[in-house]
Design a binder for this molecule. Structure first.
Ligand SMILES: [Zn+2]
Ligand SMILES: [Zn+2]
Length: 133
């Protein structure tokens, strides 16, 4: 595949699964119904990486989320980590929020906005707090 050789690391919320991968590209936010329900969030940021560079430590569960893709999650804490499209065997999509450095995956697009909650739209004005309120 070539591209970005940097090893990017990430892990699930509980730390039972960690991973590294290279070739990050084409980050996008997705607000499709499956992403929303699987994450509990209004949008999930996905970033494509080279599947043959992906190294995973820990036990993954598999969820066949459509007739053309499956998702992998930590079996212990349930964090959604990867999306594998059947017709893109060279790619793995990584849930960008699980990266140690999520700034490495800056979304360039927002897809499936049709069903997006208004509060998940960029620019939706809310009061911000640096930590909990
Ligand atoms: Zn976990
Ligand atoms: Zn989606």
């Amino acid at each position: 595949m070539g591209g970005d050789p940097i090893r990017h690391r990430g892990r699930c919320a509980c730390g039972a699964v960690s991973y590294e991968a290279s070739g990050l590209r084409d980050a996008a936010l997705c607000s499709c119904e499956t992403c929303r329900r699987a994450s509990g969030a209004g949008a999930v940021a996905w970033v494509v990486a080279d599947r043959d560079t992906l190294v995973v430590r820990g036990e993954l569960g598999t969820f066949r989320s459509s007739d053309h893709a499956e998702r992998r999650h930590c079996r212990r804490c349930g964090s959604q980590l990867f999306l594998l499209e059947d017709d893109e065997p060279g790619n793995v999509e990584i849930a960008a929020g699980t990266l140690d450095e999520p700034e490495a995956a800056r979304p360039e697009a927002h897809i499936w906005t049709r069903g997006r909650p208004s509060w998940a739209a960029p620019g939706f004005a809310v009061r911000e707090y640096e930590q909990d309120r």
